[in-house]
Design a protein around this ligand. Structure first.
Ligand code: NI
Length: 179
């Protein structure tokens, strides 16, 4: 089921989410949540979605990048379900890059993020995930996992002159992310 995506200003988006309890791995309840998240993410052409964005404050995110109309120039990211994640930047290198968010529709902003990142966590069956990534993949993971701590990307920005409407900043993307 496509669920409504909560927008910035909704108090629960700013609250930290709880770890998914062990007993829910492999459960029908989790499968339903994941199915709703995936349908909602795809219908909105998102590169990722965090459970709190559909009003479920548990530490579950998913992401995928493949021929995405909202991010046409970025390299692809395999579809990943990441539960109870732990993020570790590999060094001090930070890079600026443009981000958008389905909870901040119609806007884009430049956000500094760790360039190289190791992330660990679990898939929906409790299987371990352990990856080392960089570039846009690293950026998407940091963005999605921030949602689990109640952080939206504008709260990470250091130069608010680099925040604006997609239709002005990227006219070629106009209409792709304003719903
Ligand atoms: Ni987001």
């Amino acid at each position: 089921m496509i669920r409504p995506i909560l927008k910035m200003g909704t108090p629960s988006l700013m609250e930290p989410s709880a770890a998914l309890p062990k007993k829910l791995f492999g459960s029908a309840e989790l499968q339903q949540l994941l199915a709703d998240m995936k349908e909602t993410m795809i219908s909105a052409s998102g590169a990722g979605l965090a459970a709190p964005q559909i009003g479920e404050n548990v530490r579950v995110v998913m992401f995928e990048l493949k021929n995405n109309v909202r991010y046409p120039d970025e390299e692809s990211i395999p579809f990943t379900i990441l539960i109870n994640p732990k993020l570790t930047p590999l060094d001090d290198e930070v890079e600026d890059g443009w981000e958008g968010c389905l909870s901040v529709p119609g806007m884009r902003g430049v956000v500094p993020r760790a360039t190289k990142l190791r992330y660990t966590g679990f898939d929906e069956h409790g299987g371990k995930i352990d990856r080392t990534v960089s570039g846009f993949h690293a950026r998407v993971v940091q963005h999605e996992c921030d949602h689990l701590d109640g952080v939206l990307y504008p709260m990470r920005m250091t130069d608010m002159s680099q925040f604006g409407f997609t239709e002005i900043l990227f006219p070629e993307l106009a209409g792709k992310d304003d719903d």
